[in-house]
Design a protein. Structure first.
Length: 277
């Protein structure tokens, strides 16, 4: 019978019983101790099972791959529609506010080499801020769809009007003469578009995987910033797949709503932090 006591503990109990109660009472005491120990063990096992059940219920359950994809498809349609509902004048106004927050952000102010997308469709407008940053002497790096797989290439531009063409996917890109080898490690800030973001930095793209493939190599080494309108920010967590890359910061017209550092220098950033809280 396993009572849960070691040999030395049992020997001590037997000795105490014999000394104080005599050998006749020894079997009775041992039976009572065995009963008590069994009750304690049953109670302990029950508590352990209940704790295990609670712990398992708190663990995130894996979501089937197909279900993740279907959820993302629904979200993509919803947030693309929400973004398109903004009229042109409002989109210009909001974009100006968003890019103003971007330019005032310390990580952008202190950077000399910035990767920035050129807006298309209803995305946050970046053309004006690119022109401004170029005038400030910043080096602007623009992505393009590289041939062979869903890969992004990057190239430096110096003139927004003359250095950009419309690529085969309808995306504004650097012209082919500028597409020389450029090291990702030279980038100091990366600014990304997105269909939607959550308040933990989760990003929903167009589903092609160009940006996720590119960002995997630089995640944690270079600050990654997403630009979006408030209507593109979802309160619940974004469905997440192994290849997804989260943003370090997300900026909307409300300010920096994800990843606001203590050194953020704008009032809007502090307000954004409250929104994110």
């Amino acid at each position: 019978m396993n009572t849960g006591f070691g040999f030395s503990e049992i020997l001590l109990i037997v000795t105490v019983i014999v000394i104080f109660f005599g050998s006749k009472e020894l079997p009775v005491f041992l039976r009572e101790i065995a009963k008590f120990t069994a009750k304690v063990r049953r109670y302990s096992d029950r508590i352990k099972r209940e704790i295990d059940d609670v712990t398992r219920s708190l663990e995130p359950q894996p979501v089937p791959f197909a279900e993740q994809r279907e959820k993302k498809k629904e979200l993509r349609a919803y947030y693309l529609a929400a973004r398109k509902k903004l009229d042109d004048a409002l989109r210009v106004e909001k974009s100006a506010t968003i890019t103003d927050h971007l330019c005032k952000f310390d990580k952008v102010k202190n950077a000399t080499m910035i990767m920035l997308y050129i807006n298309m469709g209803a995305e946050v407008i970046t053309r004006t801020v690119i022109t401004s940053l170029l005038k400030e002497g910043k080096r602007i790096i623009v992505p393009y769809c590289a041939s062979g797989g869903n890969n992004l290439g990057i190239a430096e531009i110096k003139d927004l009007e003359n250095d950009i063409i419309i690529g085969e996917h309808g995306v504004p890109e650097p012209n082919e003469g500028l597409r020389t080898s450029f090291f990702k490690s030279d980038l100091q800030v990366i600014v990304c578009p997105g269909v939607a973001f959550d308040r933990q930095g989760g990003r929903l793209g167009r589903g092609k995987g160009y940006y996720d493939s590119f960002l995997h190599e630089v995640r944690g080494k270079i600050p990654i910033i997403g630009l979006a309108y408030d209507c593109q920010v979802m309160e619940e967590n974004m469905p997440f797949e192994y290849h997804d890359v989260s943003m370090d910061h997300v900026i909307t017209e409300s300010g920096i709503i994800v990843g606001v550092p203590e050194s953020a220098s704008t009032t809007e950033s502090t307000e954004g932090a409250k929104l994110a809280g």
